[in-house]
Design a binder for this molecule. Structure first.
Ligand SMILES: [Zn+2]
Ligand SMILES: [Zn+2]
Length: 455
């Protein structure tokens, strides 16, 4: 432990109670993506009380502020997420929502970081700057609501980070850092963990279109959109054996229900799904097969189907050099035996942090302190010190390691990083290819059909 690291520990420990209070407050005020106004106001107020000037996103929750060292150098962005999930069965749900992914804990840690950076001497010896960013909408849910926001011109993208990329909030940022909460199981010895990365995903909204009729008296006059949807999903399921392990593809549709009565043949069935995969290429390739299967099912039933695909999140790949630096910082803080970094491990979940790793070196690592199943009804905070206080300290250790010594380490990581895309603009142009809007089966007067399910 260096003197500087000890100073960071002291600076964060001085705000332990504020961090713990924030964790409880944010837990008690869960709201889903792009509606997190309560948490946004709470976080903004705390930042402003500390004397920070904020750039607010304005028409959506979220903001950022820059902590300047006064010397030129790289810019590190540290993020915390705002959003909760719809999970009304959770015993502590509020209006049907709960922080069952633990994003609220990121906010509490973020306040600890913001407070510690205001302490005397906190920036001594550092160069460059630290952007503290509070981001909305990590969980890609409520696709219809977000598509409406998109049509109204409020947002351009489903995910908060990629929306912030689009808005220019990452211009000039060189490195991205985040800590997500992790479950600390029985006897779980680790305080921090990290894998190589995780799947990307795209968002699908599928609408089967039939014809309503009396379900008992005249079903021959109807076209059952629910059956067409079921057939489509059966075909997609039968395609699963053609998926290759190397691509780690996931397709997990949910039928959104029927908006009519039991004695009416349903004329509409909506499905929401993701297609997830290890690479954008794999996602595109397999998505085309799923769209073909859904189209074929509609045709088989004489139904129609609208396919709506949107960019979700890109595969997240952590920069290895950056990961090594983060691992060292975690070891310095809690000891080697309490740190589990696996440079091969791959998760099949997705995060919009992946969009950032396409254009800059980034690491999202995990702090233990949660219990139960992530996205489950038994999810709870077990240890606020491990989850939030430690996370604040670890991220400040990383900032220190990157930006001390004329930012030698940050500069080395940046120089050796090979971006998948030359710029944020280039990246956003590339993911536009995923956008698809098709009425995939068109019938002529003889009942013949033309199908069109790809761009
Ligand atoms: Zn989640
Ligand atoms: Zn999460």
């Amino acid at each position: 432990m260096t003197e500087r690291q000890q100073l960071i520990i002291n600076n964060v420990d001085a705000h332990k109670q504020m961090i713990a209070d924030a964790e409880r407050w944010l837990w008690a005020h869960p709201q889903t993506g792009y509606t997190e106004w309560e948490a946004n106001a709470y976080m903004a107020e705390k930042f402003q009380e500390m004397g920070y000037e904020l750039t607010m996103a304005g028409n959506i929750p979220g903001f950022y502020t820059d902590v300047e060292t006064g010397k030129p150098g790289p810019k590190l962005c540290i993020m915390s997420e705002l959003d909760a999930l719809d999970i009304s069965a959770h015993p502590e749900s509020v209006n049907g929502m709960t922080h069952c992914c633990g994003h609220h804990a990121q906010g509490a840690a973020m306040l600890g970081i913001a407070a510690a950076l205001k302490a005397p001497g906190a920036l001594d010896g550092l160069c460059g700057s630290i952007r503290l960013m509070v981001v909305p909408a990590e969980e890609m849910i409520q696709l219809a609501f977000r598509e409406n926001l998109r049509k109204e011109g409020v947002i351009s993208y489903m995910g908060g980070k990629v929306e912030f990329m689009h808005r220019g909030y990452f211009e000039g940022v060189d490195l991205a850092l985040m800590v997500h909460g992790g479950a600390a199981g029985e006897g779980e010895p680790y305080d921090f963990g990290c894998g190589l990365g995780n799947n990307g995903c795209m968002a699908k909204t599928i609408r089967f279109k039939g014809k309503s009729a009396h379900a008992g008296g005249a079903p021959h006059l109807g076209i059952n959109a629910q059956y067409a949807a079921m057939l489509g999903l059966q075909a997609c399921n039968d395609l699963r054996e053609t998926l290759q392990e190397k691509d780690t593809v996931r397709f997990h549709p949910i039928m959104m229900g029927v908006n009519c009565a039991v004695n009416i043949i349903p004329d509409e069935m909506k499905i929401e799904s993701y297609v997830r995969g290890r690479t954008l290429e794999a996602m595109k390739r397999e998505n085309k097969k799923f769209n073909r299967a859904l189209t074929g099912a509609a045709l088989a039933m004489g139904a129609g189907v609208e396919l709506c695909d949107r960019p979700g999140y890109s595969p997240e790949v952590h920069d290895k050099n950056f990961m090594e630096l983060v691992e060292q910082c975690c070891c310095d803080l809690v000891g080697k035996e309490r740190v589990a970094f696996d440079y091969q491990a791959w998760s099949t979940g997705s995060s919009d942090f992946g969009d950032l790793t396409c254009v800059m070196p980034g690491v999202q690592f995990f702090a233990s302190g949660l219990t139960g199943v992530c996205h489950g009804i038994d999810f709870q905070v077990a240890d606020v010190n491990r989850l939030c206080v430690n996370a604040a300290k670890a991220q400040l250790f990383v900032a220190e390691a990157l930006l001390a010594d004329d930012a030698a380490k940050a500069k080395d990581i940046i120089a050796n990083y090979k971006p998948q895309f030359g710029s944020i603009k280039e990246y956003l142009t590339a993911i536009e290819e995923l956008v698809l809007d098709k009425d995939a089966v068109i019938y002529d007067e003889n009942g013949n059909a033309t199908v069109d399910f790809q761009n």
